[in-house]
Design a protein around this ligand. Sequence first.
Ligand SMILES: [Zn+2]
Length: 197
Amino acid sequence: MPLRVVPLGGLGEIGLNSMLFDDGGSALLVDAGLMFPDDTMLGIDFVIPDFGVLRETAPHLSGLLLTHGHEDHIGGVAFFLKEFDVPVYGTALTLGLLKHRLAEYGLNGSARLVEIGRTARFRAGSFDVEAFPVCHSIPDGVGYILRCGEGVFVHTGDFKIHPRPPDGVPTAMARLERLYSEEAVTALFSDSTNVER
Ligand SMILES: [Zn+2]
């Protein structure tokens, strides 16, 4: 079965970042963010992706990968976990921020949080997952290299290429250059904020 990549939000809009990678045997969700309402959404506190769709289309979901701790990437996790009891992978700061959010919804005890290093490589469902550090306006951010039977896919999360990264860790350009030369990358899913500049 070909890999299906389904954005639940975050394309052509600010916020609501959440993307499904589904190879038929297992599926991973990258980020579960919320969107803050604009002036037309009177009485609405925030907008979350429609995770209910996954119940029908991806019941074999095997994990949630988090790229960093901004609300537009983790703000919907509590609602996601009400639908799916799967492991949530993230770096120390990302999970630390998430725990505060989950506590508000009484989910701190039940969530299966898996802390990973910024260069961790692990198996999630049928995917071989490798994290790589990215520089962003919040520390401890990562992107992910996802390997499955259908190829090699790179999801950058939010990133910038900064000569003096605030947390001292630059975006892993050397790792990505090596990846592109050593393995055939099937597709790149990149942050496009400010791409015009
Ligand atoms: Zn961000």
